[in-house]
Design a protein around this ligand. Structure first.
Ligand code: DP6
Length: 332
């Protein structure tokens, strides 16, 4: 078996969101989604299979992983062991380059890095598409952290669709567009309700059908303007999309509220800045932090403005990031 392997992957921010699965076990999503990898937010993971181990050993940021996280990582390792036809357990060490207490701890970069590192360590050489399909089963959004830059994840929702048709592919390389994500951290608390739980209850929102029927038009508009590198052309749709994700969460049973008062204050400010001529648009993940999308030339100005808010604890500025890749710098 080849020696230890390290991979690095970036987190991503969705412009069209993944919220809900039609096959939860395989993480086959209800709809196509679009995203940008975030250069500033990375996970690094080293994996080594070792016949001497009696079980998988999972260490995150220098600490043994909690039970729930370990179970999810072991499930992903099991998928990889099945493909590689091995029974060996693995040593997995992983760390994020962003403070884990920013509420940004994203499963996307984590499962993308794990999937690349563990498949290589197990002796598999998968294509980008195969890696994306496998990463998807660990965490849906991780499918999009495999290719570089601006990415679309095809849902494959026809009755005849199979798991190997739901993967992410590049739309534009990272250097094709100087789009920036200026992230206002308004809370460092770990979220009370994880995305997986949100996906599981979205069917209880009476508005899900309405969303799904409207989404193809929005998707095509945003995709077209992304290819045109026209932020203004897609900005309004992106904001509506973010609000709609949260509306679905808020109207699920039990309802999930991710916003804090500071979330709304930042959203209001972005709208105000735009009226004054600054081309900036917000989007949100499943949490209270606000992602402000701007052209690179406005990123520093927007970051400075966000830093003046009493309830913004930290601001992270990121351009578009690369895809999952191997590294020689092992963590152990
Ligand atoms: C709101 O990929 O974290 O960020 O598949 O259960 O791991 P799991 O969910 P996850 O969901 C991401 C939800 C989102 C929107 C998005 O990234 O598209």
């Amino acid at each position: 078996m080849p020696n230890k392997t390290t991979a690095i992957a970036h987190s991503n921010i969705a412009l069209i969101k993944y919220w809900g699965n039609f096959d939860a076990r395989l993480r086959m999503p209800l709809n196509d989604s679009l995203s940008m990898n975030l250069d500033a937010l990375t996970t690094e993971t080293t994996v080594e299979f070792d016949d001497a181990l009696a079980q998988d050993e999972i260490v995150l940021g220098g600490e043994p992983a909690d039970e729930k996280t370990s179970a999810r990582v072991v499930e992903q390792l099991n998928r990889i062991r099945r493909e590689a036809k091995t029974k060996s357990f693995a040593r997995v060490h992983s760390k994020n380059n962003f403070p884990s207490a920013t509420g940004l701890a994203s499963s996307a970069s984590a499962f993308a890095a794990l999937t690349l590192a563990a498949t290589r360590a197990a002796g598999l050489e998968l294509s980008e598409r195969q890696l994306s399909i496998l990463a998807r089963q660990g965490s849906g959004s991780a499918a999009r952290s495999i290719p570089a830059g601006f990415v679309e994840w095809l849902a494959a929702t026809n009755v005849t669709s199979t798991s190997d048709q739901s993967y992410a592919r590049q739309l534009l390389p990272p250097d094709a567009w100087d789009l920036h994500d200026v992230i206002a951290i308004v809370s460092r608390d770990a979220k009370k309700v994880g995305s997986s739980e949100g996906h599981a209850v979205v069917n209880t929102s009476p508005f899900l059908g309405e969303r799904i029927s409207r989404l193809p038009i929005r998707y095509h508009r945003v995709r077209r303007e992304l290819l045109n590198k026209n932020l203004k052309g897609m900005g309004a749709e992106i904001e509506t999309e973010a609000i709609e994700l949260h509306m679905l969460a808020m109207t699920s049973r039990p309802p999930i509220f991710y916003w804090s008062p500071a979330t709304v204050r930042v959203m209001d400010a972005v709208r105000q800045w735009r009226e004054e001529g600054l081309e900036a648009y917000y989007t949100l993940d499943a949490g209270p932090n606000v992602h402000v999308l701007v052209e690179g030339k406005h990123a520093a100005e927007v970051a400075n403005r966000l830093r003046t808010f009493a309830d913004v604890q930290e601001v992270i500025v990121s351009g578009a990031g690369g895809g999952a890749k191997l590294s020689e710098a092992h963590l152990f």
